[in-house]
Design a binder for this molecule. Structure first.
Ligand code: SF4
Length: 492
């Protein structure tokens, strides 16, 4: 346990306000900016620059209090740009794709804002504003349904997230899910996930969710400790969580997932493990434990900058350690890890298709303000501001924000990066699929990671060790090509 001052964040940033990690990455980026890839600039050889970047990524003493950003896209979002949105439009106008297809819908409303939240969401929205937003989502779905690239295809996985979609009134949830399915039909047996805050798991909402085909309910428990929940600005209590879990399990969803966060303000190893134990007594089908990440534009980060966090905050290395302890406890309780952060009771029936399919290159439609899509090898993010998003929809246009078109080599590297989060990646299969061997771009970092014990490769398959999984989001930027490593570690 350390306080923000003990963890060395302020000390390391020094008078310039730039951390050592930032400095090395900026030096790295300056090399990349000149030549596009890692070549010497007179300061260091390519090997030295690579080695320095790698050292910074694995040396915990150089890490600042924000922790490692969760890598959910490659290249990182900062590399996407409005100039590339025509590439996304060209994909939509092209003949139907043949990858598995899924959908993400973003609902940017919450009961109350949490201290560490960086997602697009607002609290206290009026019913008319919520209804107008649902209208916008459905209009966007109907418009996309006319795109040749999506013609005749059925959704194999759907994820409604936010925000907190469960704060919608039951009739709005029904209108949203029924309308989405009419516009973009789901395949038989599709996985349909819905995020749910504990206090909104009411009988009428759960009934509507079941009737509208939701198969996987993900409950944002975060921690079973009222004091810790209070420090994070969470509005729910332990009692709310336990009631929600029981109600969801009784309602008959195929999978009830409980989301936990390791390393919240005021959390100790003891309180974290006690909460996990209490949760496991309820036997949820799936448990996901994320290490806390503190993006720079959050209330919690600003409180740390002022030296006034609501309670002592575990250092990033402690947060990762808690995740590792949770993995051990979950295994002992009979769960099987299916990724760095999720473990399930039944790995055959209880997987998480939304995540696995995306990591294997599936197409994804993104609906709603700020929503991300990945279609035909092009990343796209919708306009972020809800009013601008709705205005564009009302004008009959797509809410185009920023995009990035990946080359075949980048697609192979993207899938390598993402699949390592699942613990395993078949490099030869990726090379066959894309016609480009990802080792061409990431071979040096893979070799160094293997020497460090983070993973090992045999017969073309990389298996990530427990030590590697425990710090996977910290390691992955080492595999990025130089121009995609972003200053400050905002990698995704
Ligand atoms: S519930 Fe989730 S989306 Fe809403 S404010 Fe909290 S962390 Fe953000």
């Amino acid at each position: 346990m350390t306080t923000p001052h003990e963890c060395g964040y302020h000390r390391r940033r020094g008078e310039t306000g730039v951390s050592e990690r930032d400095r090395v990455r900026r030096s790295d980026a300056s090399v990349a900016a000149e030549d596009g890839v890692l070549v010497g600039d007179g300061i260091a050889s390519p090997e030295e620059v690579e080695a320095r970047a790698h050292e910074v990524l694995v040396d915990d003493s150089r890490e600042d209090v924000r922790g490692s950003p969760f890598v959910s896209a490659y290249p990182p979002f900062e590399r996407w740009s409005p100039e590339h949105t025509p590439a996304f439009e060209r994909v939509l106008a092209s003949p139907p794709g043949n990858e598995p297809l899924g959908l993400y819908a973003h609902v940017p409303f919450c009961e109350q804002r949490c201290a560490y939240c960086v997602y697009l969401s607002r609290a206290g929205a009026r019913p008319a504003a919520v209804a107008a937003y649902v209208d916008g989502l459905l209009s966007e779905a109907q418009r996309l349904a006319r795109a040749p690239f999506l013609a005749g295809r059925r959704l194999e996985f759907v994820y409604v997230g936010g925000g907190t979609p469960s704060v919608l009134a039951p009739e709005e949830i029904e209108r949203l899910l029924a309308g989405l399915r009419r516009a973009l039909p789901w395949a038989a047996g599709a996985e349909v996930s819905f995020e749910c805050a504990p206090r909104s798991a009411t009988p009428d909402r759960l009934r509507v969710l079941r009737e509208e085909g939701v198969t996987r309910l993900s409950i944002g428990v975060q921690q079973l400790d009222d004091e810790v929940l209070g420090h994070s600005g969470r509005i729910h209590t332990v009692t709310d969580c336990l009631r929600a879990l029981e109600a969801a399990q009784c309602a008959g969803f195929d999978i009830v997932n409980a989301d936990l966060i390791a390393g919240l303000a005021g959390q100790t190893e003891g309180s974290f493990l006690a909460g996990l134990e209490e949760l496991l007594e309820r036997e949820p089908a799936s448990v996901t434990v994320y290490p806390l990440e503190i993006p720079a534009n959050t209330p919690l980060f600003r409180a740390l900058e002022r030296g006034a966090p609501p309670a002592p905050l575990p250092a990033p290395a402690d947060r990762r350690r808690f995740v590792g302890l949770a993995r051990d406890a979950l295994r002992q309780a009979g769960y099987t890890p299916i990724s760095a952060y999720t473990a399930v009771r039944d790995p055959i029936a209880g997987g998480f298709r939304y995540q696995h399919a995306q990591y294997q290159g599936a197409d994804l439609i993104g609906l709603g303000a700020s929503a991300f899509a990945y279609l035909g090898g092009v990343h796209h993010q919708n306009l972020v501001h809800p009013d601008r998003y709705l205005a564009r929809i009302a004008a009959g246009a797509l809410p185009l924000g920023r995009a990035y078109r990946l080359s075949p080599a980048e697609r192979a590297l993207r899938e390598l990066v993402l699949q390592l989060k699942l613990g395993r990646c078949d490099l030869d299969a990726l090379a066959r699929r894309h016609g480009v061997d990802p080792r061409g771009l990431a071979g040096g970092a893979l070799s160094r990671g293997e020497r460090a014990g983070w993973w090992s490769e045999a017969e073309g398959v990389v298996e990530v060790s427990e030590a590697g999984l425990a710090r996977i989001d910290r390691l992955l930027p080492a595999l990025f090509v130089a121009e995609h490593r972003t200053p400050g570690g905002e990698a995704g």
